[in-house]
Design a protein around this ligand. Structure first.
Ligand SMILES: Nc1ncnc2c1ncn2[C@@H]1O[C@H](COP(=O)(O)OP(=O)(O)OP(=O)(O)O)[C@@H](O)[C@H]1O
Length: 480
């Protein structure tokens, strides 16, 4: 009965979520659409010709979706896009091939990007195509998703119209600021494009009418400005981006606010949902609230966990875990490290201990003000501290190139104290970004932690090797 119970919970959750987002799930059932377009559900072994047959982007998109039904994470999704240059799903190998505005292209090159990453080459032709198409995209941490949707946002703006046309929502203050900084760098040669942060601390006098083209922020502030104080017109929004879309949909606080914004957007608004992870329930739900989405999932074998060496170390206590960290530090040269703890209390205990022993450490946890959090991150980015100790608050999105080591002081777990595989992927994704090498070390001090580690290993199908922390030679090898 456990399974059937789980099933009902899941279905119920989807129905509640669908109701909240103001959609009728049935209206969007694929079978109805297939009937409406006179198409038939294709067998799993569809070939490239299936897409070539599609007469227009809507059909192509539908067909992709149908094909995907039987082939989630199969090679077909991406191969089709590569082989049919007439399809809006065609992928590009250069930024020139995207026919960007010249000053945007200049900005991209100025950032040191020579060629698009896999998610960029796959997503951008579709995101920039006309008529605009909706997208739900998933690819591993550090693969360039931010640049993909930021480039699409900047391309869609009409700078001659002085009102917000693009909304981009992030789950945290830090991520919103980081995304805004990427957008500002990319738009360096497009001074006519105006961008504003909609985050805590940004105050506008009542009655203000916002004239900036792009708003990047957190859901609460965006809701205040758009709905409560009507400082801009939500019905004029052309592009709506949800970064870290899975938690934006799944977490109660964010969800309520996103729902209220989403409801007021025009039906013509292009929706872009991006994340490194989606549980299947969230993905199914995302497909309901995003009309006719093109869905891109980087193939499992493309997920770049390969460039992160994963280890676990057996420890007996907190003290023992601390010794393990010191041993690793004593032996290998580490750029910078992020250490994840389960609670703020452990984070501050560890930071005090490390500071007392002469390590330069910073702590970032939920109780700091947003200004303090940004200051801590800026110092860490600038290399002033080598170690950042934090909680799950920083597991997502933060991009710091020099981080070569991630330590799970405590294994990530959900409320049922089971493995939280999504958080694990996001946490270790703070290293090994954009194909660089990284190391992830899990400190295991209980049977339960070991079980979580094994569950994570099985989930991703990637070996997490035992590391003997007393064996200096072995530790040296991992740094090689
Ligand atoms: N085409 C490119 N060429 C070179 N570097 C790139 C390119 N695209 C992105 N990058 C760099 O790769 C790093 C990771 O990119 P980004 O932060 O967009 O990843 P992400 O997929 O959004 O990760 P996460 O899921 O953790 O948020 C950044 O430092 C970014 O500047």
């Amino acid at each position: 009965m456990y399974w059937s119970g789980m099933f009902h919970v899941r279905v119920l959750k989807r129905v509640i979520m669908a109701k909240q987002w103001g959609q009728k799930a049935e209206e969007l059932e694929i079978s109805n659409k297939v009937a409406g377009l006179g198409l038939h559900k294709k067998p799993i072994e569809s070939t490239d010709d299936d897409t070539a047959d599609a007469a227009n982007p809507a059909e192509a998109s539908l067909l992709m979706k149908i094909i995907r039904q039987g082939l989630v994470e199969s090679k077909l999704d991406i191969e089709i896009q590569r082989k049919d240059p007439n399809s809006p799903l065609y992928s590009v190998k250069t930024f020139e091939a995207l026919h960007l505005k010249p000053n945007l292209l200049k900005g991209v090159y100025d950032m040191g990007f020579n060629a698009p990453s896999k998610i960029q080459e796959t997503a951008l032709p579709t995101l920039l195509a006309d008529p605009p198409q909706n997208m739900i995209a998933q690819s591993q941490s550090g693969t360039g998703k931010t640049a993909a949707f930021v480039l699409a946002m900047l391309s869609r703006v009409d700078p001659s119209k002085n009102y917000p046309q693009v909304l981009c929502l992030s789950p945290t203050y830090e991520l919103a600021i980081q995304t805004g900084e990427v957008a500002a760098r990319m738009a360096k040669f497009c001074p006519e494009i105006k961008l504003k942060y909609a985050v805590r601390g940004e105050e506008l006098p009542k009655g203000t009418k916002i004239t900036d083209h792009i708003l990047i922020g957190t859901p609460g502030k965006m809701l205040d400005w758009g709905v409560k104080f009507v400082m801009f017109d939500l019905t004029k929004i052309k592009v709506f981006v949800l970064d870290e879309a899975d938690i934006m949909i799944d977490r109660q606080g964010h969800q309520d606010q996103c729902v209220k914004i989403h409801k007021r957007l025009p039906t013509t608004c292009q929706m872009m949902f991006f994340s490194a992870t989606y549980t299947s329930a969230v993905m199914e739900f995302a497909e309901i609230i995003v009309p006719n989405p093109i869905i891109i999932r980087l193939l499992r074998e493309e997920e770049s966990l390969d460039n992160i060496k994963q280890y676990y170390v057996k420890c007996k206590s907190h003290e023992d875990k601390y010794r393990a960290i010191c041993n690793i530090y004593g032996v290998i040269t580490i750029g910078q490290a992020i250490i994840f703890c389960h609670t703020r209390k452990t984070a501050s205990w560890l930071s005090e201990k490390m500071s007392r022993d002469g390590h330069s450490v910073a702590v970032l946890s939920g109780e700091l003000t947003v200004e303090q959090r940004i200051a801590v991150l800026d110092r860490f980015r600038g290399g002033l501290e080598k170690v950042l100790i934090t909680t799950n608050v920083l597991s997502r999105g933060i991009d710091i190139e020099q981080v070569t080591l991630v330590v799970n002081f405590d294994m990530p777990m959900d409320l049922d104290r089971k493995a939280d595989c999504e958080s694990y992927l996001h946490r270790i994704g703070r290293t090994g970004r954009f194909g660089k090498a990284g190391i992830a070390i899990n400190l295991i001090d209980s049977q339960q932690a070991m079980e979580i580690c094994l569950e994570i290993e099985a989930h991703f199908g990637k070996k997490i090797k035992l590391l003997d922390i007393e064996d200096a030679e072995e530790i040296e090898k991992i740094g090689a």
